[in-house]
Design a protein around this ligand. Sequence first.
Ligand SMILES: NC(=O)c1ccc[n+]([C@@H]2O[C@H](COP(=O)([O-])OP(=O)(O)OC[C@H]3O[C@@H](n4cnc5c(N)ncnc54)[C@H](O)[C@@H]3O)[C@@H](O)[C@H]2O)c1
Length: 482
Amino acid sequence: MEVCVVGTGYVGLVTGTCLAYLGHSVVCVDIDERKIEMLRRGQAPIYEPGLEPLIASGAQRGNLSFSTDLESSVNRSEIIFIAVGTPPLLSGKADLSYVKTVAQSVGRALDCERRRVIVNKSTVPIGSGNWVEMLVKEGLNDNPAWRDKLAGAASAQPSGAAPASRRLSGIRPEDVFQVASNPEFLREGSAITDTFYPDRIVIGATDVYATERLRALYEPIIEQTFNPPASAPRPADFTAVPVVTTDLASAEMIKYAANAFLATKISFANEIANICERVGADIREVVRGFGLDSRIGPKFLNAGVGWGGSCFGKDVSALIDIAKEYGYEPGLLRSTVEVNKRQRHVPVQKLQEVLKIIKGKTIGLLGLAFKPDTDDLRDAPALEIARQLIEMGARVKAYDPIANEACRAQHPDLKIEYSDNATLLAEDCDAVVIVTEWEEFRYLDLNQIGEVMNAKVLIDGRNVLDPQAVEEAGFKYRGIGR
Ligand SMILES: NC(=O)c1ccc[n+]([C@@H]2O[C@H](COP(=O)([O-])OP(=O)(O)OC[C@H]3O[C@@H](n4cnc5c(N)ncnc54)[C@H](O)[C@@H]3O)[C@@H](O)[C@H]2O)c1
């Protein structure tokens, strides 16, 4: 099928690239010319394991291209994904200005020659499907092809007279486009695997046509009939993908509910960890014990410095805002956010406990990205920890295996000194803090690091190290909830 993906960020680029791998003909569109230039050269503007080889193979086979020209891209396509950002506004509401621009532009651009499915892949508040439909219709009103179509219908009337209203012309906007919701659940760092082997595919639509076209698009994934790429082998026993077909509002709500639940699970683990610490229990043992309950499950219960990233914070805030709009007070969701906010202070409190004075001390942060295997710094706990420490008068150093450059470029205001590896980071430090659980931090050479530090203090903000081994290497160790 011919597909256009508008927005080549973490979601749009991965979706477009994977759909091309499955054999669809895909054009990815962005307004960012630099990104499109990079992609045309075969370079991914984001760090995502396995993505670049897939982009190269799509480009080689000739069914994956990149463009800044929305109009021609839309018109060669039957399915048009909107995958632009929906970042949070200060109020907590989702900023829908990018979605709005795209929806209106698509309406203005459609050649009206055939029926298209416009798919909201961006995470958008409930009701956005209907809103996007309205915006595309607004775009159609400024669209010469649509006006010609209406005029053609008018002259075809038996009397030759213009119909009394557009509705009586016999042509409806639904004949040239349908809106569907197809929320995305991929995780950065394993986005390719998540796209090829999702837990489910959710399709929300008012019309069976849109649902059927999306089902057809995803058929190779639903039935698992494709040959897996080398970078994303099919997991053992993975056979078929459940499809949830539903109405627009429910599809939109499924995405918010999923992220709110995952964020709540982590905040719950952090709350229990904080109590564990006070009563002398070990959160790792506690989670092992209660996570084995099949009603609970062990995933997303790692205590640490709190969740971050581009989705959890903004989606929970947006859901709170939606609830408020309808006069409902979402107390549980507010607590989820509140616990997370507090959790980001925990490493700093631990540093105060051990070092007493922070002013004038050198603190090394191991990890900047909000999670491993990505360079995404949006709402990363490391940024807030760095900011707190700098405000308290500390000298802050940081080392991230991938995100140093992104941090330097995106946060020039943060007076961080960047290091190229963990040992260089540790030099002259009075303490190091593991903020992101990159795999390499599990295998730190503690002896080497300890030798170059001022004082051997290690705050394990992700509970990735064995406290006993760290203490045997002569460090003061503080984990979270243990
Ligand atoms: N990042 C994730 O892990 C993830 C997971 C699931 C869902 N989502 C949701 O998917 C959506 C996209 O997220 P993302 O992380 O990919 O965002 P992103 O910021 O990485 O990418 C958005 C892209 O859209 C482009 N864009 C903006 N306006 C445009 C326009 N008018 N025309 C063409 N391109 C335009 C931007 O230049 C950018 O490249 C968001 O709603 C997000 O909540 C994200």
